[in-house]
Design a protein around this ligand. Sequence first.
Ligand SMILES: NC(=O)c1ccc[n+]([C@@H]2O[C@H](COP(=O)([O-])OP(=O)(O)OC[C@H]3O[C@@H](n4cnc5c(N)ncnc54)[C@H](OP(=O)(O)O)[C@@H]3O)[C@@H](O)[C@H]2O)c1
Length: 259
Amino acid sequence: MNKPFVLITGASNGIGLELAFTFARNGHSMVLVARNEAKLQELQTTLTSKYGVEVYTLALDLGKPEAAETLFAFTQQNQLHIEWLVNNAGFGDFGLFHELDWNKQEQMIAVNITTLTHLCRVYSAQMVQHKSGRILNVASTAAFQPGPTMAVYYATKAYVLHFSEAIQNELAPFGISVTALCPGPTESGFQAVASIEETKLVKGKKLPTSKEVAEYGYKAMMKGKAVAIHGMQNYLMANSVRLTPRSIVVKLVRWIQGV
Ligand SMILES: NC(=O)c1ccc[n+]([C@@H]2O[C@H](COP(=O)([O-])OP(=O)(O)OC[C@H]3O[C@@H](n4cnc5c(N)ncnc54)[C@H](OP(=O)(O)O)[C@@H]3O)[C@@H](O)[C@H]2O)c1
């Protein structure tokens, strides 16, 4: 079999960039994907010279309907055997749903849900043939409850969590693991893109670094953990939701997300 590679989406910044460093430190060669070509090339140079790993890059908008096919064709043409798939690319948006820009919500669903699902489809089929492989899908603690003022984002992450748990069950007999990584608010470019810098959720708070989350996610993936919630407080919050009436949960989230 060809040399194993990890494929990481959203590798140009934040958690994805730190995942690339974490995999490189552990000696893995990789394929890095995001839209920002310059950042990917800079990362390629750094990782290759610092860790001696092989790095391929592909600048691609994962919000485009043909994105997963383009990426799959790229790894096939280069004869890259994807042993680890990391679906990390994603973004959110803040505001009242009826006022938010529709194109941004549609792109969010395309990146956070459609392309993630399509990539799982094409690469899991290959993994089944090889009877080995691991998938890491980056969900969020947002996955555990509805999120007024970030309604579409929270719903996309609920999808990622449920979808990942379901295919973890289907793929386990073939020797493949699927991990849903659920970080809470984390220091990265996410807050600026989602316009949530002024909300109670993050303002003035000391957030975990992307590096901490990436290292935790890497270990959880390699252990084949199905659901990995980063941080004790996040773990308790995510689980307390199950015992709290839904009407109260939704009001609490609205309050926490407040400005
Ligand atoms: N930070 C948090 O508080 C937090 C909490 C829970 C979950 N998460 C999740 O963690 C993941 C990583 O986010 P982050 O916090 O690291 O945010 P970030 O710093 O904004 O990084 C997002 C990454 O996704 C890529 N991306 C976004 N849209 C894309 C598109 N259309 N096509 C290709 N790549 C795209 C970006 O690259 P380009 O701009 O170069 O395309 C970037 O590399 C996301 O799935 C997010 O939902 C974040």
